[in-house]
Design a protein around this ligand. Sequence first.
Ligand code: ADP
Ligand code: MG
Length: 252
Amino acid sequence: AVKAEPLLVVRDVRKRFGAFDALKGVSFDLAAGETLAIVGESGSGKSTLARMLLRLDEPDAGSAHWKGRDLFKLSPAELYKLRRELQMVFQDPTQSLNPRMTVYQLISEAWAIHPDILPKAKWQERVAELLVQVGLSADHMGRYPHQFSGGQRQRIAIARALALEPRLIVCDEAVSALDVSVQAQVIRLLDQLRRDMGISFIFIAHDLPVVRDFADYVMVMRKGEVVEMGTVTQVFDTPREAYTRALFAASL
Ligand code: ADP
Ligand code: MG
């Protein structure tokens, strides 16, 4: 099969915190519309990698080409433009949702920063559409984050990411804190976004059945390194590494 042009090409990303090697050279490709899951025991560097890609923290070395541009070399002004298409959803939505802002403010804030996307006269209508798209009611745009359940807050965070018309959403344990039934609902929403809008995902998760259902590819990390990588079927059915087998066994 002809492989699509990669959207993201990550090569040899390294990061040290003092004497500690958090990332020891991580490489992978991601094609448009694909979902790459990253799994690995706690402390293996998954969140650190995600933060580097979003430039929430600076890598020591390596490159991450997004549509041919190295994200790690962009000036703040260039990053500001490109960064719109890369969004992140965290485990704890309160990390990205200011408790003093209404849902309307939280979502439309994205357009205040990127005024070229949507004229102000359209903000209200678009917020209503986005809320419906993520399974919430348009009537709720005047409410504050604390007036929603954990799953609903995660939907607000997703609506906010969608407001900027992203090509890639990095989900760092985005469903891990939710009840299993709510997890399934949020995954269904993400799956729908992938199918309807062709959004790519980097999906960091420790819940392996969820990964198996949702992802196309899996990258297994251990102590800052990629242990193995392959399609979901390959890695789950015929894991090559003892570490991967142990990780799967531990999560059953
Ligand atoms: P994961 O998301 O896979 O659980 P992390 O990327 O959060 O792992 O962390 C990888 C390692 O890097 C951990 O040992 C963590 O303590 C360390 N680490 C992460 N961020 C920092 C930081 N800002 N300063 C020092 N150490 C850090
Ligand atoms: Mg983490």
